[in-house]
Structure formats: structure tokens, C-alpha cells
Design a protein around this ligand. Structure first.
Ligand SMILES: NC(=O)c1ccc[n+]([C@@H]2O[C@H](COP(=O)([O-])OP(=O)(O)OC[C@H]3O[C@@H](n4cnc5c(N)ncnc54)[C@H](OP(=O)(O)O)[C@@H]3O)[C@@H](O)[C@H]2O)c1
Length: 308
């Protein structure tokens, strides 16, 4: 019984130590030292090397070490075992506080006060009232739901959009392709917390941004490809949108000549809304392995058909 680890050797050391404590009877092997391929029951690999999984006949699960699974080559992953995402409590806290921080930043006019400071302008802006600032969250999964609940507690009227119909206490729920424009239309601040799939690519475009109320804000914490960059720039430049905060980009790292760098209405972070927390991830992995060994489903299985 062994785990095959496909990450970098420096990180392997930390995983080996943690898993030796949590799963003492499980051997830990680091690619390319596979040993007997029949021994490998669990694979821990963000980008499995092409063709390798097909050479391991007894795999019971592939753990991706990430919450987003848009990077996987699904045709290269044999059917018959679950693909498991990582979403630990630390990630939920990091992503929700990231989205909430920018929501409060825009809601409390801090972007405008920053600009006023540069002009040495002393001017008090209208009091910000959460009840009058509807927030819309695209994606009501593990990260969108916790963010929605926190913002609801703060008094914001929150709505969310999902693929399948949902009913969540205190949160207005929209779903399906027809739900996105109504959601954007009622939301002064829109937070993107969707997985990147063929259906969600480019969902933030000229039409959906135009549906937002004048002076709205966009926060993208999910994947850059959900946003059509030129459409976002046009909406900011023509004044329809008042600001955007972005953690993720169509191309990463962002090229040095990209217009986002110098745009006065864009705030940016380098895809670090949530950094890796190896002990928390190892805990989830160990718990999931024990579940699978008991014949139960893992905590975060990927839907191979929907690809998230
Ligand atoms: N910036 C970072 O550092 C960072 C860190 C972690 C994660 N992320 C990103 O955040 C994403 C979301 O994570 P999560 O754990 O919340 O994912 P999740 O639990 O899989 O939830 C995804 C949500 O999006 C909805 N959705 C999927 N396809 C849709 C569609 N076509 N139309 C409408 N709604 C759709 C799902 O609807 P249903 O509920 O109906 O299935 C679900 O509510 C990840 O995929 C990853 O890319 C970014």
C-alpha cells in the first residue's frame, strides 16, 4: 500500500513527515521512484505526468492538491476512481476574507479616498450602508457559500448563482444560464467564485457587465479566463464600472505591458488569495484516504462530466 507523490522534492519532505504521522502504515514514494506499480493506491499530484496513471493498475484516488481542477487532462485520467480536490478550512477562510476585504474596501469608498488623497482633496463621501449595497456571488460552492453567509451577517443583501438550483437561508438564489444576467443586474458588487469550465469561460463580458448597475465593482478570486479583459477595461473606461479587484488573470504572471498594471481603477494581487497550507491539506488527504478505505466517498470529489 503506497502513495505516489508527484510534487517538487522540497515539498515532498514536508508531506512525507506529515503523512507518516497520520497514516503510519502507508508507504510514501516520490515520482519517478514508483517501485512496484501494483503497490500504488493513491496518487497525490497536481499535474500528473501524461500516461503515468494508466501504468498504475490499483489506484483508488487521484488527489489534485488544488481546489481548481481546470488544468487537468481528463482524457489522460483512467475512469474507475475518484479525482479529489483540496478545499481545507484554511482555504475557505483565506478566500472568503479576501473577497470580503475588497467588498468592504469598495463599499466604504476607500478606492475613492485613495484618489482624493492623491489630489489633496478633503471631501466626505456619503455614509456607506450595507443594506443598500447588494452583493452578487457567481458560484455557491464551498468558497462562494461561506463568503455569502459572512456578507449576509454583515447586513449586505446577498444573491448567488449556481449551475443547479439551490435554496439557502437569507440568500437570493439564481441558477442556470438564464440566471446570470438577473444576478448581475441586482448586484452593485459582483464576486466571481466559479470553477473554470467551458460554460463559465468569459462569463464576465460586455453583456454581463452592462447588466450591472452604474458604478458597480467586480472582484475576481477564481480564474482569469472567466473575464474578457478588453470588456472589463471598456466598462471601467466608459465609467460604467467604478473599480475591480483581481487576484487571477488570463495570463499569469501578468505580462509587464498589460494595461491592468497601470489602470487607476484596478487593484491587483498576484494569485495569492489563498496560499498552500500543507498541514491542513495533509489532514484532508489522510481523512479522505481513510474514508475510501472504509468504502465511503471522499469529501471533495470532482464531477468528471461537469469538470469541477
Ligand atoms: N485565487 C485562488 O487562490 C483560489 C483558491 C481556491 C480556489 N479558487 C477558485 O475558486 C473556484 C471555486 O471553488 P469552490 O471550492 O467554491 O468550487 P465548488 O465547490 O466546486 O463550487 C463551484 C460553484 O460554481 C457553480 N457553477 C459551476 N459551473 C457553473 C455554471 N456553468 N453556471 C453557474 N454556476 C456554476 C457550482 O454550481 P452547483 O452548486 O450547481 O454545482 C457551484 O456552486 C475553484 O474552482 C478555483 O478555480 C481560487
Amino acid at each position: 500500500m503506497a502513495i505516489l507523490f508527484g510534487g517538487v522534492p522540497a515539498v515532498a519532505k514536508q508531506w512525507r513527515k506529515l503523512l507518516a504521522e497520520m497514516l503510519p502504515t502507508m508507504e510514501f514514494r516520490v515520482w519517478p521512484e514508483v517501485g512496484d506499480p501494483n503497490d500504488i493506491e493513491f496518487v497525490l499530484w497536481r499535474h500528473p505526468k501524461q500516461g503515468v496513471l494508466a501504468t498504475l493498475p490499483n489506484v483508488k484516488a487521484l488527489f489534485t492538491m488544488a481546489a481548481g481542477v481546470d488544468h487537468l487532462d481528463y482524457d489522460d485520467i483512467p475512469a474507475g476512481f475518484p479525482i479529489v480536490r483540496v478545499v481545507d478550512p484554511g482555504m475557505q477562510e483565506n478566500i472568503s476574507t479576501y473577497a470580503i476585504t475588497w467588498t468592504l474596501y469598495f463599499h466604504r469608498h476607500f478606492h475613492a479616498y485613495e484618489e482624493q488623497k492623491a489630489r489633496r482633496e478633503w471631501k466626505v463621501l456619503p455614509t456607506a450602508i450595507p443594506e443598500k449595497t447588494p452583493v452578487g456571488i457567481l458560484g455557491l460552492g464551498t468558497l462562494g457559500t461561506i463568503t455569502a453567509r459572512c456578507l449576509t451577517t454583515m447586513g449586505f443583501p446577498v444573491a448567488g448563482w449556481s449551475r443547479t438550483a439551490k435554496s439557502l437561508d437569507g440568500i437570493e438564489c439564481f441558477h442556470g444560464p438564464d440566471g446570470v444576467l438577473p444576478l448581475m443586474g441586482r448586484s452593485k458588487i459582483v464576486i466571481v467564485l466559479l470553477p473554470m469550465t467551458a460554460e463559465t469561460k468569459g462569463v464576465i463580458n460586455a453583456a454581463s457587465l452592462a447588466a450591472m448597475p452604474e458604478g458597480g465593482f467586480l472582484i475576481n478570486v477564481a480564474r482569469g479566463a472567466m473575464v474578457v479583459d478588453d470588456d472589463l477595461l471598456a466598462a471601467l473606461d466608459n465609467g460604467h464600472l467604478a473599480g475591480a479587484a483581481l487576484d487571477v488573470f488570463n495570463e499569469e504572471p501578468l505580462t509587464s505591458d498589460h494595461p491592468f498594471w497601470t489602470h487607476s481603477k484596478i487593484r491587483m494581487t498576484p494569485h495569492n488569495a489563498s496560499g498552500p497550507n500543507v498541514p491542513a491539506r495533509a489532514r484532508q488527504l489522510a481523512d479522505d484516504i481513510l474514508r475510501i478505505q472504509r468504502g465511503e466517498a471522499p469529501s471533495q470529489p470532482v464531477n468528471r462530466h461537469a469538470r469541477y
